[in-house]
Design a protein around this ligand. Structure first.
Ligand SMILES: NC(=O)c1ccc[n+]([C@@H]2O[C@H](COP(=O)([O-])OP(=O)(O)OC[C@H]3O[C@@H](n4cnc5c(N)ncnc54)[C@H](OP(=O)(O)O)[C@@H]3O)[C@@H](O)[C@H]2O)c1
Length: 256
């Protein structure tokens, strides 16, 4: 039997929601992990610390993010981060850049998704062979929204159809992709079921014993209509995770 290939994987965004799972899966598979984040001394926006961190890595998995809904801030972050990472990878002779994007963002001109569009373009046109996985919102997105969009006793939730997936399953897919060769854009990864995001947030609040109320707010304009109509839900060719939202909820402790 051929022994599994053991690689050195740099994980940019290693401390984030999906990044932590990427680190766990990579280590469980016997790979050496180099965590990259401001918390570990590197900055993908300024490039500080990247050359030293990426030295000797076989592949980079980029799961960095910025918390914003502002177009300029998102585009600036993902542009700078991708340019800095790709330049450092090229200088270090790394032959595989693995990026994570979001299902259904094609041509989105504004907000957070505009930054992801910019990131995808740079990766595809960049100097490092690449693989790009688009995933749906994570089950954990319900918790991220509660942390970020709570206003007093309310959580403001955009009206959007989603098919959330466990971040753990996305991370597993990213590690498997990183250990193979560059494949360009691969099949989208979505969760097992479609739902209204506000309903998931309500279920999350109830399961974690929080008294806040989720307010479903339709976003204005064509982009808002596309989200309500299911643009962020993957098509029939997508791969599907198996862990349901309720199974994920069942694994949480109180007030997480
Ligand atoms: N959340 C979702 O539902 C979802 C769904 C599909 C795809 N995605 C994509 O998945 C990726 C990760 O999302 P997430 O929700 O897991 O993110 P997250 O929890 O917000 O984590 C972001 C990570 O990026 C790091 N980071 C931020 N700024 C940095 C900088 N200047 N230099 C170095 N590291 C930096 C953070 O660490 P430090 O703060 O320590 O620097 C952290 O490790 C994003 O690209 C997102 O678009 C997310």
């Amino acid at each position: 039997m051929t022994p599994p290939q053991q690689l050195t994987l740099a994980v940019a965004g290693a401390t984030g929601v999906v990044g932590q799972h990427v680190v766990t899966h990579a280590r469980a598979a016997g790979h050496t992990v180099v965590p990259v984040s401001r918390g570990t001394g590197q900055d993908v926006v300024t490039g500080a610390g990247l050359a030293a961190a990426l030295d000797g890595a076989d592949a980079v998995i980029d799961v960095t993010s910025v918390v914003t809904t502002r177009t300029r801030e998102s585009v600036d972050f993902f542009t700078r981060a991708t340019e800095q990472l790709l330049a450092a990878e090229r200088a270090a002779g790394i032959g595989h850049h693995v990026a994570l994007s979001i299902v259904g963002i094609d041509g989105e001109p504004s907000g957070y998704y505009a930054g992801k569009v910019a990131q995808e373009r740079l990766v595809a046109a960049g100097p490092v062979p690449w693989t790009l996985l688009r995933a749906t919102q994570f089950h954990e997105f319900a918790a991220q929204l509660v942390r970020r969009a709570a206003v007093g006793p309310f959580v403001v939730v955009p009206a959007v159809r989603v098919a959330t997936v466990a971040a753990d399953e996305v991370a597993d897919a990213l590690v498997q992709l990183a250990t193979g060769g560059p494949r360009g854009r691969v099949a989208d990864l979505g969760g097992p079921a479609e739902a209204e995001l506000a309903d998931l947030v309500r279920r999350y609040l109830a399961a974690t014993g929080q008294r806040r109320r989720a307010l479903r707010v339709p976003l204005p304009g064509a982009a808002g209509r596309r989200m309500r109509d299911g643009r962020l839900v993957p098509g029939p060719d997508a791969d599907r995770g198996r862990v349901t939202f309720d199974e994920w909820l069942g694994g949480l402790g109180p007030a997480r």
